[in-house]
Ligand binder design. Sequence first.
Ligand code: AMP
Ligand code: ZN
Length: 466
Amino acid sequence: MSIYLFNSMGRRLEEFKSLKKNKVSLYTCGPTVYNYAHIGNLRTYIFEDILKRVLSYNGYKVKHVMNITDVGHLTDDADDGEDKMEKGSNREGKTAWEIADFYTHEFRADMADLNIIPPYIYCRATDHIPEQIKLIKKLEKKGFTYTTSDGVYFDTSKLKDYGKLANLQNQDLRAGVRIDVGDKKNSTDFALWKLSPKLQKRQMEWKSPWGVGFPGWHIECSAMATKYLGQPFDIHCGGVDHIPVHHTNEIAQSEAAFDKPLSNYWMHGEFLLMGSDKMAKSGDNFVTLRTLKEKGISPLAYRFLLLQTHYRKQLAFSWEALEAGKSGLSHLYQASKKLLKKEEFLKSATKEKIEGEKNIIETFRKNINDDLNISGALGLVWEAVKSNSISIDTLLKFDEVLGLNIKNEINKKEAPLPTEIQSLITKRDEARINKDWAQSDQLRQQLEALGYQVEDSKEGTKLTKK
Ligand code: AMP
Ligand code: ZN
């Protein structure tokens, strides 16, 4: 079955065709490790995880590379301001290297908590300085660069189609049109190599043919993506904020260097909003996964919440929605426990029910292959589980895409009920045998007040935690 993906390059839905049969090369921009990732950042990584899982579900082997930005990302995307790593170092009184190690570790823990499949390679910008210098030298040789008092810049006027990803109207952004460009020739030109300030020793700096300094933020991704995946590779992802600057510049320098596309498909996840603004690390009001956990909301409940909104739609954060995600996931887990194993399902089900399951499997795949319509797929799964229309084996197969760890939950042994509760159940079952409905109702209310949902079955009173 074909997979359709929305390609930001050209802004249209396209049938996905990989470069190599049954294989996908995927590059996703990773975190800048000067602080905890916030749950907005994590939304983007979950979207990328879903993409990867959908490709695997369709039989592709995915080679996934993610960078760790541990140098060169300045507080202002337009090559000004402080290096975010040095900012973290000043904030916490640790070295920039310690900051990078600590937040990389925390980031990987967040990824594991969210059941995100780790990439084939995590690569750090600081481990790839020679590759970045080599790429800049290539661009210099081909005449795409110029030097200013503070670094080496890419001359965007040398490319006819600069800004094609974002559909930038180049002319308006050029020098002299209301924008202060400093020493740059054009406002859209960007740093490939920044020189360390003359009177200041930076914590992270390296020798280069242009002087001691550090690489610009964009060059790391171009150099590392091509090193591990070649050029072009299949899919490049990130958040939508990367379209106008970071990815536009990756494309400019990589295409200028090698005269071919960097990636065949570009996919971007929309923002998680805080109020009406993008949740941002530089803002005060960002929420991390640790805060969620402290409030008793599991990372998978957050994942469950995200699955209900398409990755190309903005999502406004709220604690109420998170609470709803928590209870929705818990209901899904509870209902999953009631499903039959495949053999029992096939033995006990009617022909129509068996056909019905086949249809559900097909509709599930149609949904996920339609530009990752996970909310559609999840709605379908939920209905199927509630109405016992699929076997547990089918559900677990679906969960390879959803990533909700359902297997773990259904295999968990239930903790025995407290004796007080057990005795209320016994009393209620006796009342029901004696057809004492008033007593039975009163005991139901008592159990509900203690936090249980009460259900009547052939075997007697059944409880699930609310
Ligand atoms: P950073 O660590 O700032 O480089 O960002 C890491 C990833 O998170 C990038 O792909 C960003 O595009 C993405 N991102 C940043 N803020 C948000 C947000 N509020 N919602 C969703 N994704 C975001
Ligand atoms: Zn990148």
